[in-house]
Ligand binder design. Structure first.
Ligand code: FES
Length: 281
């Protein structure tokens, strides 16, 4: 079931619960004075005519049972309402997030020769060529001792450690998936996620942070359409990293683009600094 349908159903259930609860409340508020009046009248009559006592008891029981049943029903409805509202919000949140993986080319979005983030066509990356891993293992050996050398070579070749390459490595060598995971997460040099052709490092050291590094990073991510939770755009053209002090605080806020330092930045000048790279991609 799609998030849209889930949101619709959950929303309808929530609205229905609210309507029933309000109706229940209105009916109960309307009935309560009449019930109370009836009981009071019977109580007065019982004082002069004891034979009416069973009728009073029966009336009191009826009113008490009705109120208890309404309370139980409202409790259940309240829980259903909370659950439906939670499901609705979760589904609505999913709907609000742009799908980072796919955007179908169409007449409305033709491929452009000029590169702009908002008009990029996202295409499926081709299957990974694993010939390099085969050749590497044949050259370097299959033993566990070669793990770091093999991982370094794979990272240099693919620019990160693709899952497919690591699986092939484990198939061809004595190295286990657990050892690969341990080694690649222990050493900061290894990267498990794809990296863009161009590396942008925005300094978030103290001087740059005070100078607006956060706004610069956000503007670059927005401009490059980098999906939430990642640091690389879908076409793998740009990676935007947040890094510690780059050692040139007098130029704060600072970033590097493929190793070239750009200082005294504003969000708009930071965006413009990417133009040469965008024109070559
Ligand atoms: S704090 Fe950014 S360069 Fe030092």
């Amino acid at each position: 079931m799609t998030p849209r349908n889930i949101a619709r159903i959950a929303g309808a259930v929530a609205v229905l619960c609210v309507v029933i609860l309000l109706t229940d409340y209105a009916v109960a508020s309307w009935r309560a004075p009449a019930d109370d009046q009836t009981i009071k009248a019977l109580q007065l009559q019982v004082k002069s005519e004891a034979a009416l006592a069973p009728k009073l008891a029966a009336e009191q029981k009826r009113v008490t049972d009705a109120r208890r049943a309404r309370k139980q029903r409202d409790n259940i409805l309240a829980w259903v309402l909370i659950a439906a509202a939670s499901i609705f919000l979760t589904a609505a949140k999913q709907l609000a997030q742009p799908n980072p993986l796919w955007s179908r080319p169409s007449a409305c979005h033709p491929p452009l020769s000029t590169h702009t983030a908002t008009s990029r066509i996202i295409t499926q990356p081709p299957p990974l060529d694993l010939t390099f891993v085969d050749q590497l293992v044949a050259r370097e050996g299959r033993t566990k001792e070669s793990a770091i050398i093999l991982l370094q070579a794979i990272q240099t070749h693919y620019r990160y450690l693709p899952d497919e390459a690591l699986q092939r490595l484990c198939q061809l060598t004595e190295i286990t998936p657990a050892e690969v995971a341990g080694t690649s997460s222990f050493y900061g040099q290894f990267r498990r996620r794809p990296v863009g052709k161009h590396i942008v490092r925005v300094c978030h050291g103290t001087a740059c942070h005070v100078g607006g590094a956060r706004q610069i990073t956000e503007e670059l991510r927005r401009h490059l359409a980098i999906p939430e939770g990642t640091d690389t755009d879908a076409q793998r053209e740009f990676t935007v990293d947040e890094v510690a002090c780059l050692g040139c605080c007098s130029l704060a806020p600072v970033m590097t683009v493929d190793g070239h330092t750009c200082g005294k930045l504003t969000p708009s000048t930071a965006r413009e600094a990417l133009s040469p790279c965008e024109q070559t991609t």
